[in-house]
Design a binder for this molecule. Sequence first.
Ligand SMILES: NC(=O)c1ccc[n+]([C@@H]2O[C@H](COP(=O)([O-])OP(=O)(O)OC[C@H]3O[C@@H](n4cnc5c(N)ncnc54)[C@H](OP(=O)(O)O)[C@@H]3O)[C@@H](O)[C@H]2O)c1
Length: 301
Amino acid sequence: MTVSITGATGFIGRRLVQRLHADNHFVHVLTRTKSKAEEVFPVKDFPGIVIAEEPEWKDSIQGSNAVVNLAGLPVSTRWSPEIKKEIKKSRIRVTSKVVDLINSLPGARPTVLVSATAVGYYGTSETQVFVESSPSGNDYLAEVCREWEAAALKVNKDVRVALIRIGVVLGKDGGALARMIPLFMMFAGGPLGSGQQWFSWIHLDDIVNLIYEAILNPSYKGVINGTAPNPVRLSEMCNHLGNVMGRPSWLPVPDFAIKTILGEGASVVLEGQKVLPTRAKELGFQFRYPYVKDALKAILS
Ligand SMILES: NC(=O)c1ccc[n+]([C@@H]2O[C@H](COP(=O)([O-])OP(=O)(O)OC[C@H]3O[C@@H](n4cnc5c(N)ncnc54)[C@H](OP(=O)(O)O)[C@@H]3O)[C@@H](O)[C@H]2O)c1
């Protein structure tokens, strides 16, 4: 297979590229900055990889069997009105561009578009349980996800679309965990905020495997939640994190400290939602890390 990937240089994309490359698939990295992508994927380690800047995306997509769309300005940062606008605009711009390019191809076009979205689609709640058919929330991130998904769904009907509503991805060297650990070290590892918030997480290996399955398996279509089968309240997550890191989890980290360090984008961690991967389970997807304790152990030890 040949797979074109936007956002390939990011936290999830890098691991996906490694996985596809290890299985002898061809990868086209669709990036904004060739020089940065060439550093991430040196030719000596990734022989045959194609790195394409925007004017070359069309040619790359034309020669591909599948497109994976992961690009977007990071969400979990300090928010300003400009950044909030860019969080949404960047995702819709890249998604619409990819969709327009696929739709404009004469004849053979990729057969599948796997496009990222997020569990933020559902809004936040301490009591509700969300599955793929649940309605969307009414906060800012829910609006971003709705518009992002709508842009992907404009692809031609003969292209299979899988929309992966991704939870908080846990992995080494990046993502939420890399930002939570310094807070833990500073505050003796207590729960973040009240601790009652739901934390719908997924191990990096599992989200990469899910995307990989969605590329290959024609049954993967429509919305699929990309979260582990056992979401936890944040206090439980922090307990396990404290244990794995050898730091007792008893002193709560106050909201203001989290917001000062992580910015308003900390709402991704501070106000969660309980999301279940109903479709992935129906499809027979096997999670390597169903429990957060094992995921954290694997990542941090
Ligand atoms: N990680 C998570 O926990 C999580 C949770 C839910 C949803 N998601 C979604 O899944 C996707 C991948 O996540 P990730 O954590 O791998 O993302 P990431 O590490 O932040 O990387 C995303 C990539 O997007 C591109 N990008 C950055 N800013 C951009 C902008 N302003 N305009 C266009 N492209 C831009 C960059 O690629 P180039 O520089 O090569 O262009 C970057 O490497 C994202 O869309 C994210 O929102 C992630």
